[in-house]
Design a protein around this ligand. Sequence first.
Ligand SMILES: [Zn+2]
Length: 232
Amino acid sequence: MLDRLVHLQETDERIVAFQKEEEKIPRDLEEKEHDLEDLQENRDKARAAQEELQKQVSELTREVEEVRDHQRRCQARGLAVKTQREYQAVQRESEIAKKRRSELEGQIKELLEEKNLLEESLLETESRIEDRLETLEKQRSDADQRLRRIRTEREDLEKTREVEASLIQPDLLAKYQKVFERYKGKGVVRVTSGVCNGCFMTIPPQLYNQVLAQGGIHQCPNCGRIIYVDRA
Ligand SMILES: [Zn+2]
C-alpha cells in the first residue's frame, strides 16, 4: 500500500512540476512584453523630447533671422548717417545686435548637440525594439507550443494518477492528500536514522520501532506526513 502511495506521490510531483511550468511560461512571456513596453515608452518620450528641442531650435532660428534683419537695417542706416552722434548710435545698436546674435547661435548649437545625442539613443532604442519584436514573435509561438505539449503530458499523467489513486485505500489517500496539499508536496516521506525527511525532527523511538516493523500506516507526530522506511 505504501509503495503505491510513494508511486502516486511521484506522479503527483510530476503533475505539480508541470503545473508550475504552465504558470511560469506565460509569466515569463509577460515579463518580456513588459520590457518591450518599457522600451516603447522610452522611445515615445525621447521622440517627444526631440520634437520639443526642434521647436526651440526653430524659435531661436527665427529670432536670429530677426536680428539679422535688424543688422542689415543698421548697416543701411550707417551708410546714411550725417553726424558723429548718429554714427555712434548706429554703431552701438549694431554691437548689441551682434552680441545677441552670437548668444542665440550659441544656444542653437547647444540644442542641436543635445538633439544629436538624443537622436543616437533614439536610433539605438528603435533597433532594440525591432529586435525584441522579432524575438518576441518567436518566443510567443515557442511558448505556445511548449504549453500545449506540457498540458497534454499533464493530462495524461492525471489519467495515470486516477488509476493509481483508485488502488489506494480511501482513508489513506485522504490523509496523504491533506498533507500533500498542506506542504505543496511531500505527503509521504522516508524516515532515515529515525529522522522524518519532511520536517527533519526525530521520530519518537516507540513510533520509530512501529514504522520499522512495517505494519500499518504512521504519521510523523510533528508534521503529520505519512512516514515509511526503506525495506532492508
Ligand atoms: Zn515530520
